[in-house]
Design a protein around this ligand. Structure first.
Ligand SMILES: [Zn+2]
Length: 221
């Protein structure tokens, strides 16, 4: 009996820790920076993609207006088409076999009915928006994407992330000697994707920037 109680207790602690972790993760992401994990095995590729809501729809407040909800829907359906995110060399003949895309928000974990107030959301959005414009202009003038500024982080009270998963089957997987990222054309707020590729021969990391949306994989797959 004691053992059971202890086990139940540890489980509760574990899941609390998991929730805290998830919450912290959402708040800790850097706007403009997405993550893509790619695993290659045999003829299959599995990919997990995460991007801040700011990158995909330009906001991270709870979607209350129809316009917000519409933008989230559009963001999800853009992500559901993998060709908007990455492309592989034609000869590899990769076909997508599974896709899922969804929005994660901090409210997802709010199972106990805490009524969090988002009263300031609108106010801070306006600031966030102005800052976005100012920042965008600033970056453009200098011609490169500088990592900025507390502006967005400080202006937003909540964070959201888009998560997507893809499975592919490739007829000629060894023809994959590069990946390109139309993602940057699809999402104007996106600045960077941190790509991790795990193959049978090892793991590699890349920081893919908007001005060079391509990685060289020759000899890796
Ligand atoms: Zn955020």
């Amino acid at each position: 009996m004691k053992l059971l109680l202890t086990t139940a207790c540890s489980l509760a602690l574990l899941s609390a820790a998991a929730i805290a972790e998830e919450k912290r993760d959402l708040g800790a992401h850097e706007h403009g920076v997405a993550q893509l994990n790619v695993a290659v095995e045999g003829n299959s590729i599995v990919m997990e993609f995460e991007a801040p809501g700011a990158d995909i729809v330009g906001f991270e407040h709870p979607a209350t207006s129809d316009e917000d909800k519409q933008m989230i829907k559009a963001g999800i359906s853009t992500l559901e088409d993998l060709s908007n995110l990455v492309s592989f060399p034609d000869g590899s003949n990769c076909a997508v076999t599974e896709v899922s895309a969804e929005l994660h928000s901090e409210d997802d974990h709010d199972e106990h009915g805490h009524d969090e107030h988002h009263a300031e959301a609108e106010h801070s959005d306006e600031h966030g928006h102005d800052d976005d414009h100012a920042e965008a202009k600033h970056s453009d003038e200098h011609g490169h994407d500088e990592h900025h500024a507390e502006s967005e982080e400080a202006g937003e009270e909540s964070h959201t992330e888009f998560h997507a998963e893809y499975a592919l089957n490739c007829e000629n997987i060894d023809k994959i000697d590069q990946m390109t990222f139309p993602y940057f054309d699809a999402f104007e707020n996106a600045k960077e994707i941190e790509v991790q590729i795990v193959t049978e021969s090892g793991a590699n990391k890349f920081e893919v920037m908007r001005d060079k949306p391509q990685i060289d994989l020759s000899g890796m797959i």
